[in-house]
Design a protein around this ligand. Structure first.
Ligand code: PEP
Length: 246
């Protein structure tokens, strides 16, 4: 039985007062039946950790360096994230792939660096609208995931996967539950073939998830929760999405 996981991706939003209000709203709405986590900007990790430490809400980062340490100005290592108590870190978000030119292999190397420090990578995969229209959705997501599976080898079963169609992120255009389910089933089969326990791994859906569409998405057999962008910034919306995960 896979436990639903709902993860907020704050992106580059927030301030100390706004974060305190948001986290108080989430904490005050517990308990949730789902596992719940927030992935926050690096400077807010320690304060988020202090706020959430006594609760069952987890926290994480939105990126990590593939390098262990050294002369990599501006980068943050997996060891540092582990020191901040991160349970999760996103890797391969489409905004990193698009704006920072991150390759499939770099994403895989980042996932490996995280696992070496006990932080669970949430590996984001997803096709652009042009790729979907060209009938390439399956090929694209399978290629992105294959790089991670190949690099992690026997540890591949320890990741969380997030299917995020690029055309649905921040656009208000959600994949239908059936469209999302079809891709999740492909990803699950790929994980099963690679690890032998893909049926126990969590695959999240992300892309304009809102309180009014979360329940139907999460009801699909291979959708194990959500990666939530815009709607994770308002406590009432994020809480409603967490509650939709029955
Ligand atoms: C995201 O950034 O991961 C995301 C899914 O964003 P949104 O929910 O705003 O589409």
């Amino acid at each position: 039985m896979r436990k639903t996981l709902v993860v907020g991706n704050w992106k580059m939003h927030g301030s100390r007062p706004a974060n305190a209000e948001l986290l108080a709203g989430i904490l005050g709405a517990r308990p949730f039946t789902a596992d719940v986590a927030v992935c926050v900007p690096f400077p807010y990790l320690f304060e988020t950790a202090a706020t959430l430490a006594a609760s069952d809400i987890r926290w994480g980062a939105q990126d990590v360096s593939a390098h262990e340490q050294g002369a990599y100005t501006g980068e943050v290592s997996a060891a540092m994230l582990a020191e901040c108590g991160c349970r999760y870190a996103l890797v391969g978000h489409s905004e990193r792939r698009a704006y920072h030119g991150e390759s499939d292999q770099l994403v895989a190397d980042k996932a490996k660096a995280l696992l070496a420090r006990g932080v669970t990578p949430i590996v984001c995969v997803g096709e652009t609208l042009a790729e979907r229209d060209a009938g390439q959705t399956e090929d694209v997501v399978k290629r992105q995931l294959a790089a991670v599976i190949h690099t992690l080898a026997h540890c591949a079963g320890e990741i969380v996967v997030a299917y995020e169609p690029v055309w649905a992120i921040g656009t208000g255009r959600t994949a239908t539950p059936e469209q999302a389910q079809a891709v999740h089933a492909v990803l699950r089969a790929q994980l099963q073939a690679a690890t032998g326990h893909g049926d126990r791994m969590r695959i999240l859906y992300g892309g304009s998830v809102k309180p009014d569409n979360a329940a139907t998405l999460f009801a699909m057999p291979d959708i194990d929760g959500g990666l939530i962008g815009g709607a994770s910034l308002k406590a009432a919306d994020f809480v409603a999405i967490c509650r939709a995960a029955a």
